[in-house]
Design a protein around this ligand. Structure first.
Ligand SMILES: C[S@@+](CC[C@H](N)C(=O)[O-])C[C@H]1O[C@@H](n2cnc3c(N)ncnc32)[C@H](O)[C@@H]1O
Length: 274
């Protein structure tokens, strides 16, 4: 007899003996109930509550903002929350969010409200949504030099306020990041403690350099006390076209991000000098 068979018989008989001792100690009524119990599966899986499902929100999504945005809200912002969308634009994000699900306040520079100076009290919102112009082409000193001119004017209308950037401020990609930083500071002011800050952005190549805008934003916001709680990648379903390509240097961007931040609960104070 092979070693493993002897071993099996030994273990089996010990188990039987053990269960007989156990059963003999039980009241008769309980003994019959024990025999009716179904066999446990051979390799019983240990579960700790919850249920198995594949219906979960994943971090990468092929499609448009209007499809993914309601699902991000569903995951991170409780129904009935007071939300300010401070770069409303054409309200595309809200197209598939049912009316009345949230208390939504939309503003934009086009409607006379600068995201850097919001007309709201400190700590008065549960959530802020922020989607400023994400590429340096929308920050030019002259209107005729703004990205999306001519046949692309509809694109410009949707993504920027169409105004020139005043002299003296940051230029090119720095102007993009600067608006994110200043808008983020104002969002931190009007958000309540633990409030959610949803930010849309896209990386860009500017002046022949690769700028990972989402990384810059995450690092800058960490200084303001925002914790990067989640990140979603949105991939365009169609192939982007390029006019006047001489030699490709960087991958053409066909993805953008929704970053979800949470305002830190308590502000850590620097201990006094000894
Ligand atoms: C990318 S679009 C926003 C699109 C919007 N999320 C939607 O769903 O339609 C950027 C918007 O930021 C606005 N904007 C630019 N500078 C601003 C500022 N300083 N304060 C507020 N809004 C600004 C533009 O007018 C434009 O509507």
């Amino acid at each position: 007899m092979a070693g493993y068979e002897i071993c099996y018989i030994y273990v089996h008989s010990v188990e039987v003996a053990r269960s007989e001792i156990f059963l003999n100690r039980q009241p008769r009524q309980f003994q019959s109930r024990l025999f009716e119990l179904p066999e446990p599966p051979l390799f019983a899986k240990r579960t700790q509550g919850g249920e198995a499902t594949s219906d979960v929100l994943v971090s990468a999504h092929v499609g448009g903002n209007a499809e993914i945005f309601p699902r991000i809200l569903e995951l991170h912002v409780p129904k009935g929350s007071k939300i300010a969308d401070i770069t409303w634009g054409q309200g595309v994000f809200w197209k598939n969010v049912p009316d009345g699900m949230y208390d939504v306040h939309g503003t934009d520079l086009k409607t006379g409200v600068d995201c850097r100076k919001l007309p709201y009290k400190d700590g008065s919102f549960d959530c802020i949504v922020f989607d400023p112009p994400y590429m340096e082409g929308f920050f030019r000193r002259e209107k005729s030099h703004l990205g999306g001119s001519g046949t692309h004017s509809a694109f410009r209308k949707a993504y920027s306020n169409g105004a020139e950037t005043p002299e003296g401020g940051p230029k090119w990609h720095a102007a993009v990041v600067s608006l994110y930083v200043e808008g983020g500071r104002e969002a931190a002011r009007v958000l309540r403690k633990d409030g959610i800050f949803i930010v849309k952005c896209q990386d860009e190549v500017s002046a022949n350099r690769q700028w990972l805008t989402h990384v810059e934003i995450i690092n800058e916001y960490a200084k303001t006390g925002f914790y990067a709680r989640d990140l979603f990648v949105v991939v365009r379903p169609n192939q982007p076209g390029v006019s006047r390509l001489i030699k490709q240097v960087h991958a053409r961007k066909n993805h953008s991000y929704f970053l979800v931040f949470q305002k830190a609960g308590a502000v850590r104070k620097t201990p006094p000098a000894p």
